[in-house]
Design a protein around this ligand. Structure first.
Ligand SMILES: [Zn+2]
Length: 340
């Protein structure tokens, strides 16, 4: 077998009031100065400012998910030894990519459990009008403060659940790839499915914003991210349902990543002859969208995204086995109640 490189986070701290652990975590990695803390206007007050004040560091505010932000930060801040991203997906992705390009460590401090990018090696970034998913490096540490995450807007929490639940269809697609000789890791696939199962089982507790439920969700997001790092590919947590979501992004949808992936998982599970009803039920329990109307996407755009999804990337999925034209896409949406 070929050598297979696995890079994982070295430290995951989940608990209440854990931001105060950050200085000692930095010291453990041998870094005590030249730290750049990244936030946005909203998350600096939630976490960014207090992290900055506890370290020999400077703060940078990012305002978009455009690659130009990474270039701007590189030009404005020389000689930095570490990047800490305190915020949602956008802040964390910009920070992760900046650290990757500078070949320095990155610490992820999520302020919302909205998708597994907070823990994975993947970065979703915009260049002009296009959005790209690229491989960087996983965070060296993840500091997940439960108190902060429990105060995140609930819509972001539900989206995070839907992103993890969509692992069911991603793993199925990965198995299809395996049948065609693609690299497959049973271990990574099992981890990914375990994350989805835990979220499904904790759906009620998450919905009630109980501490136990939010911890389960955070740990599931961490596990999902780790499964991708183990596979050195997004395969365990990104299949046809994610391609559908990326197609929606390109068509101008403004729904959240996890929300789109959740709807995608219902549709793809139907094509895969998996238990799509159970996926849909779990999405409903956590309060994630289960219809086009709830997603805020009109029917035409949804059908276009389903037809376009196959071309998003060169990845073998159920959409290669069962290609969709507009008519078939409409029938699928009707069969699953997405158009109800
Ligand atoms: Zn995702």
């Amino acid at each position: 077998m070929d050598p297979h490189l696995i890079e994982l986070p070295r430290k995951v701290v989940v608990g209440n009031d854990v931001l105060k652990e950050i200085p000692s975590v930095c010291r453990e990695f041998g870094i005590s100065s030249g730290i750049l803390v990244i936030s946005d206007d909203n998350t600096r007050g939630i976490a960014g400012d207090s992290i900055k004040d506890s370290l020999d560091s400077v703060m940078a505010i990012v305002n978009s998910d455009q690659y130009s932000e990474v270039e701007r930060l590189k030009a404005e801040h020389s000689g930095i030894n570490m990047v800490i991203g305190a915020g949602g997906g956008r802040v964390i992705d910009i920070g992760k990519l900046l650290a990757f390009e500078l070949d320095i460590p990155f610490i992820s401090v999520p302020t919302a459990p909205s998708h597994d990018g907070i823990t994975s090696e993947r970065v979703s970034i915009s260049k002009g009008n296009g959005k790209y998913s690229i491989r960087a490096k996983p965070p060296i540490a993840i500091i997940a403060d439960i108190k902060i995450l429990m105060n995140a807007p609930y819509r972001l929490v539900a989206a995070g659940c839907a992103d993890v639940i969509s692992n069911y269809t991603a793993v199925y697609d990965w198995k299809l790839g395996k049948e065609r000789g693609e690299y497959y890791s049973k271990y990574a696939a099992t981890l990914s499915l375990l994350a989805a199962e835990i979220v499904m089982r904790s759906a009620e507790s998450i919905k009630n914003m109980e501490e136990r439920g939010i911890r389960d969700l955070v740990e599931a997001l961490v596990t999902s991210g780790i499964s991708m790092s183990m596979a050195h590919s997004s395969r365990p947590a990104s299949g046809s349902e994610h391609m559908f979501s990326h197609a929606l992004d390109q068509l101008g949808s403004t729904a959240l990543h996890g929300e789109q992936c959740g709807i995608g998982a219902v549709l793809m599970a139907h094509l895969q002859r998996q238990d799509w009803e159970n996926i849909k039920k779990s999405l409903a329990v956590v309060g994630a969208p289960t219809t086009a109307r709830e997603l805020g996407v009109d029917q035409d755009m949804l059908v276009n995204a389903l037809v376009k999804a196959k071309e998003i990337r060169d990845r073998y999925t159920i959409l290669n086995r069962k290609p969709l034209d507009a008519q078939k896409a409409i029938e699928l949406c009707r069969a699953t109640g997405i158009f109800s």
